[in-house]
Design a protein around this ligand. Structure first.
Ligand SMILES: C[S@@+](CC[C@H](N)C(=O)[O-])C[C@H]1O[C@@H](n2cnc3c(N)ncnc32)[C@H](O)[C@@H]1O
Length: 190
């Protein structure tokens, strides 16, 4: 994902994510979010998120990289209601790197995708490495509410797809399409 953004930012003459609020889910150490904040100097805000035990490491990494002005670390547990004052809200861009690995977390992660994509223009970048067949359950459920498009323009794509790693651009389906799918399901059950 970071490789792709470095390439894309060069293509866009350094304007990638200009004036945009970017929220990363399941940031872990914060590597992806911190790298994006470094390579995109015109970003409005980067919010890196994870569960409580990761906060001190994330905060330390923000400090060590001198990114206190542009990056904030907040607790965000997938599937839980997001407090209305949370800095994670109103994102233009959501990043999720290597977050599809735990079957019990598939639906909570999708609920959080849905909660964060309330702006019609919001877009999720999802980096995924195929490890288990069960992962297809995530994609089946995701396709009910979202449109997933594999990013193929990255010159390094062939290299990482050999390693079963893929990068997707994910947007919410229009509401009428979602309703239609619900209806078709009901019809097929009758
Ligand atoms: C495999 S790591 C990926 C870390 C980082 N995004 C990367 O690409 O290196 C998955 C991360 O998701 C976080 N995570 C797992 N379940 C979560 C949940 N229910 N809510 C929030 N974060 C969760 C973990 O704490 C972990 O940091």
């Amino acid at each position: 994902m970071v490789d792709y953004f470095i390439w894309k930012n060069t293509e866009l003459n350094g304007t990638l994510f200009k004036n945009q609020k970017v929220v990363e889910l399941g940031s872990g150490t914060g590597l992806v979010g911190l790298a994006v904040a470094k390579i995109c100097p015109e970003i409005k805000q980067m919010v890196i998120t994870d569960q409580l035990p990761m906060m001190s490491l994330m905060q330390e990494n923000i400090r060590l990289n001198h990114l206190n002005k542009s990056v904030t670390a907040v607790v965000l547990n997938w599937g839980e209601a997001i407090p209305h004052l949370s800095e994670a809200l109103d994102a233009d861009v959501i990043l999720a790197s290597d977050c599809i690995y735990l079957e019990v977390a598939f639906m909570p992660l999708l609920e959080t995708f849905f909660a964060l994509t309330n702006k019609p223009s919001s877009v999720i970048y999802l980096a995924y490495k195929k490890r288990r067949n069960a992962d297809k359950l995530f994609f089946q459920a995701a396709k009910k509410k979202f449109i997933l498009t594999e990013i193929t323009e990255d010159p390094k794509m062939k290299v990482y797809s050999r390693d079963k790693s893929h990068l997707y651009r994910v947007t919410r389906k229009p509401l009428d399409q979602q309703r239609m799918q619900g209806l078709q399901k009901v019809n097929s059950e009758v």
